[in-house]
Design a binder for this molecule. Structure first.
Ligand SMILES: [Zn+2]
Length: 482
């Protein structure tokens, strides 16, 4: 008898909820996710997976494999948290530790749904239900470094036939939309220090350079394509007002719908930085942190995920989930639903409009707005250029929950999040099983991929000498490492 995936996942769910909650509590910043990565690795090792750890110079990146033959189906998992979002699972704002990180994007759920699916698939494989190789990709630092691009560059996906992933969301859908390509770059300015009152004329302010660069970039915006995005934070701005700062730094994200558009915009940002250095008689050093491509969609795989999402059906919510939802909704800003709607393309807005007033979404949004670019980026993009890939999202939060918010952290650590995670695990397991047992489907997805990639070849957004910025991340967040 072939394994009943849905039954196996239900029977083993407590173990996976516990792992997800542990990662939720660890809440580690990207590239520093030692405990989270270790827990996932140990669980996979114990189940009999072979582990390769430390991919592309990132100690927390790993690949877990079971099986040796084709096809190779990869499930991608993430597990990094966001700074400053520490929060308990209570429906009121209440940090565990003020200023510490929290899972504001639900990546604890993301990583564990993939783990659950891989372990269920291994049971089925060992039962003799199919041939092939099951892979779990432990992908660190989605939020701050776009680490998957580094893994792609290191050849980690070179023998993969198909990749699948998902993301916690506030409604159920196959991700049919696209995301922006992004570069993440730090501009370090160096000047000359001096007493700011007694001797300022001997100083050359690195902070002036940062400010002038930002002014220049804000003027540059008018002459960029409308969908491009530039945003920055000043990560170093001096020690005290009475010292001319000899060191200052600004961290930029530059985004556009496509990699080639980004490749045109970025040198203009660099010119502004060099201009600021020239004006202030300082020097600028450019530190390219990371980057990721827009997505290359695969409609064959999107259709497969849509079918499985509908086949399995959404989880049910009990009274305590409903009560929790009522409490959380009270904390949302007035007009929150319209604000969320406006972030989606028009056809998806029409579908979401039908859900006005729904708290916990249970159907699956139809396959609309295919290929339309949403603001925001994901490093899943790079993987989609080297293997056919599709992703979906499940209800892990109340409809309208803002991204990267304390409300999201709270829900990623309680039953609504857990239910969405288990639903996602079931979809990943059933879709992978279909791919393992239906070679025609794999061929179809690959032929669609090959046609697209021949038309537009992929070039990694990362420079050839790219190294993961582990020390930089440590220097930014060392105060709140638990
Ligand atoms: Zn995320």
């Amino acid at each position: 008898m072939p394994l009943d995936f849905l039954d196996w996942i239900e029977k083993n769910k407590e173990k996976f909820i516990e792992i997800s909650d542990s990662i939720w509590r660890f809440a580690e910043i990207g590239l520093l996710e030692e405990k989270s990565s270790h827990l996932l690795i140990e669980t996979l090792k114990e189940a009999g997976f072979t582990i390769e750890q430390g991919i592309a110079g990132m100690p927390t990146a790993f690949i877990a494999s079971h099986g040796t033959s084709k096809p190779v189906v990869a499930i991608l998992g993430e597990f990094d948290a966001l700074p400053g979002l520490s929060q308990t699972s209570d429906p009121i704002k209440k940090p565990f530790e003020e200023g510490a990180p929290g899972h504001g994007c639900g990546h604890n759920l993301l990583g564990v749904a993939g783990l659950t699916a891989c372990l269920a698939l291994k049971e089925s494989f060992d039962n003799g239900d199919f041939q092939g190789t099951i892979r779990y990709y432990g992908c660190p630092a989605e939020e701050n470094v776009d680490a998957k691009g580094g893994m792609v560059k290191a050849g980690a996906f070179s023998d993969v036939d198909i990749s699948l992933t998902w993301h916690p969301w506030d409604f159920n859908m196959v991700v049919t939309t696209n995301f922006q390509a992004i570069y993440s770059v730090v501009f370090n300015f160096k000047g000359k220090t001096a007493h700011a009152a007694a001797d300022p004329y001997h100083g050359r302010s690195a902070l002036d350079a940062v400010e002038l660069m930002n002014v220049g970039c804000n003027y540059l915006r008018e002459h960029l394509i409308p969908d491009a995005r530039l945003h920055y934070i000043i990560t170093k701005g001096g020690q005290a007002p009475n010292i001319v700062p000899d060191e200052a730094a600004v961290w930029y994200f530059v985004r556009a719908a496509k990699l080639d558009q980004l490749a045109e915009i970025y040198p203009r940002v660099v010119k502004v930085a060099k201009g600021a250095a020239l004006m202030t008689e300082t020097e600028v050093e450019i530190d390219f942190q990371g980057g990721s491509a827009n997505l290359l969609p695969n409609l064959t795989l999107e259709d497969l995920l849509y079918e499985k999402m509908n086949q399995i059906g959404s989880p049910t919510y009990d009274q305590s989930d409903q009560d929790y939802a009522d409490s959380i909704i009270k904390t949302f800003e007035k007009g929150y639903f319209d604000r969320i709607l406006a972030t989606y393309p028009i056809d998806m807005q029409k579908e979401l409009e039908k859900l006005r007033g729904v708290k916990l979404h249970k159907t699956v949004i139809p396959l609309v707005s295919r290929g339309v670019t949403l603001p925001g980026s994901t490093d899943v993009g790079d993987v989609s250029w080297v293997t056919p890939l599709a992703q979906f999202a499940t209800t892990c939060t109340i409809l309208g929950t803002p991204g990267h918010s304390w409300q999201l952290v709270a829900q990623a650590g309680m039953s609504i999040g857990h239910k969405g995670m288990l639903y996602a695990a079931k979809v990943l397991a059933l879709a992978s099983f279909e791919l393992f047992t239906n070679p025609e489907l794999v061929l179809q997805a690959k032929s669609e991929f090959n046609k697209k990639i021949t038309r537009t070849p992929y070039k990694s957004p990362l420079p050839d000498d790219w190294k993961p910025p582990i020390e930089y991340i440590k220097s930014l967040y060392s105060d709140h490492r638990k």
